[in-house]
Design a protein around this ligand. Structure first.
Ligand code: FES
Length: 152
């Protein structure tokens, strides 16, 4: 039992509420063992899985997608560095995508973002007549579409 942690200990160390840990367990994202008392006991290695889950959610992965990623890890033993590396190509692409989105968010705070509001002076040049709506819904220039070229 020396390397096993109670749900309270895992919650304190990970910063994730016990209710969320139980939810993750229900979704099969983490697993515990039952002690003789019937209480959950987690291997210490679960902390790394929890950190992955929390950060993957922050970059926009759904719990379903996170579950798919975690299924690439071997069941029944502590994942090695090599095991974690199997997740990396998908993960790296998502992180890069998120970085690009955040950079557009930062750069676009004072620019027209093609959202259809036409509320800034710049919208007249960047989104005349809400042309951005032709690309689809949402703030099109944040999503990655480009405003029309300005007359030179
Ligand atoms: S900022 Fe909304 S359309 Fe320009």
């Amino acid at each position: 039992m020396a390397f096993l942690m109670t749900i309270g200990e895992v919650s304190r160390r990970s910063g994730v509420a016990s209710s969320a840990l139980r939810f993750y367990e229900e979704r099969g994202l983490i697993t515990s063992q039952r002690a003789g008392s019937g209480h959950r006991r987690f291997p210490r290695s679960v902390l790394r899985r929890i950190a992955f889950i929390v950060f993957a959610q922050r970059i926009g992965l759904s719990l379903g997608e996170i579950g798919t990623e975690l299924e690439k890890l071997p069941p029944g033993r502590v994942p090695s560095q090599r095991d974690w590396a199997r997740l990396s190509s998908n993960w790296t692409a998502r992180v890069d995508e998120r970085i690009a989105e955040l950079e557009r968010l930062r750069a676009g705070l004072t620019e027209c973002i093609g959202c259809g509001c036409l509320s800034l002076d710049r919208c007249r040049l960047s989104n005349p007549g809400d042309r951005a709506a032709g690309f689809g819904p949402g703030p099109r220039y944040w999503i990655g579409d480009h405003p029309p070229a300005r007359p030179g």
